[in-house]
Unconditional design. Structure first.
Length: 177
């Protein structure tokens, strides 16, 4: 049975409106649920790479399947000192111990909306720079990730639901992952 996990992130932002990221890969530190062997790093590719491979990958050595899902309410903008859900995915046969986004981040200056690109938070969880326009230092620190295990979908509940709004003549499709 697949287990769904959500990744939340929190950071202390100094003189920064928000921190954001674009599509990225994820690095997982995991443990096999059958043999309890630690699997150091499993890389889940970015969403576009997964979409081209039908959302499911298998590593036969560990009977490991994983998928990556985007929830409507996921926000790629992290604001100061608030946990935000930034990713959701499911795994089969593994217990997730640690998740690290393998990407470059972007920050927007608080007063001047100066864009700071290509911030590497994987090798160091702290970052500092200087906003020339505002003449103030900017920094990101106290970066924390929280892994939340989501309870399974109750038996009998459909994973895909389609309904039609008669007023709008629009068909909506809801997918629970």
């Amino acid at each position: 049975m697949s287990i769904k996990f959500r990744l939340q992130m929190r950071a202390n932002l100094v003189n920064i409106n928000y921190l954001s990221f674009e599509e990225c890969s994820w690095v997982l530190k995991t443990e096999c649920t059958a043999c309890e062997k630690e699997i150091e790093y499993v890389v889940i590719p970015s969403v576009s790479e997964i979409k081209s491979n039908k959302n499911l990958h298998t590593i036969h050595m560990y009977n490991f399947e994983y998928g990556y899902g985007i929830d409507e309410e996921i926000d790629n903008k992290v604001v100061n000192d608030t946990y935000k859900k930034i990713a959701s995915f499911y795994v089969n046969g593994l217990e997730v111990k640690e998740i690290v986004p393998k990407n470059l981040w972007h920050a927007i200056g608080e007063e001047t909306e100066t864009l700071f690109n290509n911030i590497d938070l994987m090798s160091s969880k702290d970052w500092a720079d200087y906003d020339e326009k505002a003449q103030r230092p900017v920094e990101i620190n106290d970066l924390l990730f929280k892994i939340i295990k989501v309870p399974p979908t109750p038996p009998g509940m459909p994973l895909h639901t389609t309904f039609q709004n008669k007023n709008d003549n629009i068909t909506y499709k809801t997918t629970i992952i």
